[in-house]
Design a protein around this ligand. Structure first.
Ligand SMILES: Nc1ncnc2c1ncn2[C@@H]1O[C@H](COP(=O)(O)OP(=O)(O)OP(=O)(O)O)[C@@H](O)[C@H]1O
Ligand SMILES: [Mg+2]
Length: 233
């Protein structure tokens, strides 16, 4: 079982966008996938509820929801056979709460927007991950995703310089694209959309998928992928 946590206390940096698209990718690739929504706003949970029965299943766990009909431990249980867990976290997490979110995390994705305010918030977040979260740089568990990027802009270049100084790998650069807005509206991941619409986006996901160890050995993944081809939106 592999756990990917998407985290950045800065609001609106793209945590939910990356979490749902990562979970969607895993499910599309045939992994038994759980999407854990730790944000009381419930954006990931809303995305999940929009999914249609013919889409690859993703088991949702909304950690903030209280359901009086079941016990808390039943509500939070990870189903047997789960292979991938993606955790969407809320904004404004106090540093002292980080260790709880980071427990058992194989990979921690930190999305950052190319703006001065977001760069400063990101450096704070990375410092907290290293010092409070006790994540070691050399473990290669933290990866930054530059989100909503327009390449060849000054702010993009300062983002890259800045991340270079932090010595944290930039595991993907994701462009600003209406496809992510549609993905949120429709409950699909970009991997489940028509390939000619998302070709540029899928190319940008390749490095991120490689970093999180997302590929399924080809023989095991084939049936799920083949089944999906006819269903692509
Ligand atoms: N690459 C992108 N291209 C276009 N729109 C994007 C992209 N990434 C995120 N967005 C949009 O930006 C907004 C904020 O993104 P998102 O909700 O993923 O951020 P968040 O970090 O989860 O926010 P919060 O801290 O409130 O939970 C959303 O409307 C989302 O659709
Ligand atoms: Mg969110």
């Amino acid at each position: 079982m592999r756990r990917v946590v998407v985290l950045n206390p800065k609001g609106g940096s793209g945590k939910t966008t990356l979490a749902v698209n990562t979970a969607g990718y895993f499910a599309y690739s045939g992994f038994q996938t759980v999407l854990m929504d730790c944000d009381p706003q419930g954006s990931s949970t809303r995305w999940l509820r929009k999914r249609k029965p013919n889409q690859p299943p993703i088991h949702g766990i909304a950690t903030f929801e209280k359901d009086s009909r079941t016990t808390r431990s039943w509500q939070l249980r990870i189903p047997d056979g789960t292979e991938r867990i993606v955790v969407d976290t809320p904004a404004a997490i106090p540093a002292q709460d980080l260790p709880g979110y980071l427990q058992d995390a194989d990979k921690i994705i930190v999305p950052v927007l190319p703006s001065d305010i977001d760069l400063h918030a990101c450096s704070r977040c990375i410092a907290d991950l290293l010092l409070v979260g006790k994540i070691k740089r050399e473990d290669n568990r933290i990866g930054v995703v530059a989100n909503r990027v327009r390449k060849n802009t000054l702010v993009y270049q300062s983002l890259m310089r800045f991340l270079d100084q932090l010595r944290i790998p930039i595991v993907a650069t994701i462009r600003d694209s209406q496809n992510y807005v549609r993905s949120a509206e429709l409950g699909v991941s970009v991997h489940e959309m028509k390939s000619y619409i998302v070709r540029d986006d899928l190319a940008q996901w390749e490095t991120l998928i490689a970093w999180i160890g997302g590929e399924r050995p080809s023989s095991a993944g084939e049936p799920a992928l083949t089944a999906m081809v006819g269903r692509s939106l």
